[in-house]
Design a protein around this ligand. Structure first.
Ligand SMILES: [Zn+2]
Length: 206
């Protein structure tokens, strides 16, 4: 497993390219902008793009999707259904659904496979109702649920502070240490967050 990270767009969203280098396949997580540059990143990896995975529907995490589909018309795009909206509806906080050829949904407990890498989907509402974390061996792609020392905003219309505390507490109860790869800012580790993140610590008491 190899993970490349880059920042895209005006809000500097972290986009991750997750590669199974033996199987030569990869997935893009949160292609928030700059699809041409992300396409180059995929090409340089030598891996075939197998799927696009979205941690939630905010525009800064998914605005690059349609540009990537121009290069990869058959790639499935996964998101939690609660963070989608009818096509054509203008809403920066929800992902306008694609046609059935590309659109896939995932929900709590689902798994997706990128070659030999299995990602488990956790529904982690709070930042948005359909926020998810993607968890694999030793790594959490935490979207805007868990940041280094902090957590995502909950003041959007479908945000919930009680919910994000519950979600953070659940992450904190995972056994062992994990790399935390968030949707913005620096990477972290779960052990660090258990010690220093006031929101996660509060969540652990609930
Ligand atoms: Zn967001």
């Amino acid at each position: 497993m190899k993970i490349y990270a880059t920042q895209v767009g005006p809000i500097m969203t972290n986009c991750y390219l997750l590669c199974d280098e033996e199987a030569k396949v990869c997935a893009l997580i949160d292609p928030g902008d700059e699809p041409e540059r992300l396409e180059q990143m995929v090409a340089r990896s030598g891996c075939e793009l197998q799927m696009i995975l979205l941690t939630h529907g905010h525009f800064d995490h998914c605005s690059g999707v349609r540009g990537l589909l121009a290069h990869h018309p058959d790639v499935p795009v996964y998101i939690h259904r609660l963070d989608t909206v009818d096509p054509g509806v203008r809403n920066d906080l929800k992902f306008p659904r694609l046609d059935d050829h590309n659109q896939r949904y995932y929900a709590e407990g689902d798994t997706v496979n990128v070659g030999g890498i299995t990602l488990t989907v956790w529904a982690t509402p709070g930042h948005s109702r359909g926020s998810v974390c993607l968890i694999t061996d030793g790594v959490i792609f935490s979207g805007d649920t868990l940041f280094r020392g902090s957590c995502g905003r909950t003041d959007f219309p479908d945000g919930s502070y009680p919910d994000i505390l519950q979600s953070l507490g659940r992450l904190g109860r995972l056994a062992g240490n994990y790399r935390v790869l968030p949707g913005h800012e620096e990477q972290s580790e779960l052990d660090f967050e258990r010690r220093f993140n006031p929101y996660l610590k509060r969540g652990l008491t609930l």
